[in-house]
Design a protein around this ligand. Structure first.
Ligand SMILES: Cc1cc2nc3c(=O)[nH]c(=O)nc-3n(C[C@H](O)[C@H](O)[C@H](O)COP(=O)(O)O)c2cc1C
Length: 369
């Protein structure tokens, strides 16, 4: 039977599930969300720990995207996981989440061409090919600014990036994370290599689908070997135009990627359906064809509400549902969904940037409400 035809009892969204090597209290995931509030040296702070701990009733928290190296940065004040201070900062975060009974994985990224010279001492960011993305990044002093024209990575530099991903997975485990999600979506480096809109290389990392998928698969293999597939997931966004991401034929590309990832025994694949944060039906895509190629847990995301989430878990083949924006103003989102209580609206002004306002000051409902 097609895996997309599995059915479950009503209420399954709120019940425990084992995903790879990780036991979750429910099937509701906090989707990764950049909030640009890292502290000195791009290390997480006590306030970041409080924010994640407030949301620990999620079955799984996926952190904001986190750099694998200094070269990987593309936005102001996004955290890293490559220095001792960053690892120590994250350890306080994972301890706080675990103390509340939650589970948390680190989303790790290399932003690639979605970056700016100001993060690289005036030098260009790196990418598969020297093609500027028609996208904006947030830069100190300038606010939202056009991305810079990148330079193409030398073949000899690519092995270092694979190793940076591998080492960051090790650092994540040292920092107490339950696992890692590779950011393979939204036009960042791994996704930019996949797509012919951003990858026009003529070496073994460009051209055919097999070649364009090579970097993502090398990274996934190295990370699975380092921490075990059961603690690893990957996010893909097959048709999202986020960050000027485009490909002439995504269906066979992503079928190849999932087919090759499946033998690595990953805990989950996190699929952003449609345009991230926008229309779910932006382009035709057969997601069931991917789902049927993967034996691990299938996480879906993008614009889900309570009814859609219950439906996709009970009768449409998903194992987990990731909620992003609703978690900003509803730290107790799981309870609100379970008891069908009203959701609070987030203030868009405080989405990114310093400060506790709009970050750790959204209250949970009182127990009696
Ligand atoms: C403020 C904000 C920051 C985000 N940062 C990330 C990120 O760091 N990594 C990522 O993969 N997706 C990121 N996303 C996308 C969300 O994870 C999610 O895919 C998107 O919001 C759609 O889900 P939703 O409709 O439940 O909000 C971000 C979204 C928002 C609103």
């Amino acid at each position: 039977m097609s895996r997309s035809k599995i059915t479950r009892a009503p209420g399954a969204l709120f019940e425990p599930v084992r995903v790879g090597d990780i036991d979750l209290a429910n099937r509701i995931v906090m989707s990764p969300m950049t909030r640009s509030r890292a502290g000195d040296g791009l290390a997480p702070t006590a306030m970041n720990a409080e924010y994640y701990a407030q949301r620990a009733s999620a079955g799984l928290i996926i952190t904001e995207a986190t750099q694998i190296s200094a070269q990987a940065q593309g936005y102001i004040d996004t955290p890293g996981l490559y220095t001792d201070a960053q690892i120590a900062g994250w350890k306080a975060v994972t301890d706080a989440v675990h103390a509340r009974g939650g589970k948390i994985v680190a989303q790790i990224w290399h932003t690639g061409r979605i970056s700016h010279t100001s993060f690289h001492n005036g030098n260009p960011p790196v990418a598969p090919s020297p093609i500027r993305a028609n996208a904006k990044v947030f830069v100190a002093g300038e606010g939202f600014t056009d991305t810079s024209v990148p330079r193409a990575l030398e073949p000899s530099e690519i092995a270092q990036i694979v190793d940076d991903f591998r080492q960051t997975c090790r650092n994540a485990i040292d920092a107490g994370f339950d696992g890692v999600e590779l950011h393979g979506a939204h036009g960042y480096l791994l996704d930019a290599f996949l797509r012919d809109g951003s990858n026009q290389r003529t070496d073994m990392y460009g051209g055919s689908i097999e070649n364009r998928a090579r970097l993502m698969l090398e990274v996934t293999e190295a990370c699975a070997a380092e921490i075990g597939g059961g603690r690893l997931g990957i996010r893909l966004s097959p048709v999202s135009p986020a960050n000027d991401s485009h490909d002439s034929n995504p269906q066979p590309l992503f079928e190849h990627v999932v087919e090759r990832i499946n033998p690595l025994g990953l805990a989950f694949i996190d699929i952003v359906e449609g345009a991230t944060g926008g229309p779910r039906d932006i382009a035709p895509f057969d997601y069931d064809a991917l789902r049927d190629r993967f034996d691990g847990a299938w996480m879906v995301n993008n614009g889900y509400d309570r009814d859609m989430a219950i439906d996709v878990i009970t009768s449409c083949g998903a194992d987990l549902v990731a909620f992003g924006r609703p978690f900003i103003a509803n730290p107790d989102l799981v309870r609100r969904l379970k008891e069908n209580l009203p959701l609070a609206e987030a203030d868009p002004v405080t989405t990114y940037g310093k400060g506790a306002a709009g970050y750790v000051d959204y209250p949970a409902l009182d127990a009696a409400e």
